[in-house]
Design a protein around this ligand. Sequence first.
Ligand SMILES: Cc1cc2nc3c(=O)[nH]c(=O)nc-3n(C[C@H](O)[C@H](O)[C@H](O)COP(=O)(O)O)c2cc1C
Length: 170
Amino acid sequence: MAQFKVAVVVGSTRRESINRNSEIADLPLYNQDNEGNLPASVVRFKAELAAADGVLFVTPEHSRSIPAALKNAIDWGARPWGKNSWAGKVAAVTGASPGAISTALAQQHLRQILGAQGVVLAGGEAYLQFKTDLIDANHGVTDEGTRGFLKSFLDQFAVLVGKLAAPVKA
Ligand SMILES: Cc1cc2nc3c(=O)[nH]c(=O)nc-3n(C[C@H](O)[C@H](O)[C@H](O)COP(=O)(O)O)c2cc1C
């Protein structure tokens, strides 16, 4: 079976995040003055994106949008001009919140931002309402229905990654 690399970008910087831990917490606040000499964390982040066949975004919602830390990571990924790490990437978007409408508005904003960066967005939506017993000590999803739903969401994403990341035949 073919294997693909998927980068997982988690929109939260919180240690005990319900959206799990993240690799964007060490990115400095974006500043165009630093584009000529990219900080090491930015170089690492862009290299991870370059190596990925697809990107799975798992994000909280902050003030009815994406967290500032995630927007910051997207801005670094998009720059410098001509070195956009997002262009042509396949991505899926999901996220958890205790709120009744979950991360619906953050996800819509994220889709708008990524679309403008040339990201190919996978179909399907997954808005997870977080309850304390949803995830067990081994990070497993306790509810069978939710587990099946998430599996089919990820399967759909994997199929799209497989189609678009397949090597072009000579
Ligand atoms: C600054 C801030 C703004 C928030 N705004 C929202 C919001 O707009 N919608 C929502 O559902 N939850 C909101 N929350 C609650 C988050 O869903 C909750 O803190 C969640 O645990 C964040 O995800 P994390 O655990 O992955 O960091 C907000 C939390 C913070 C700290």
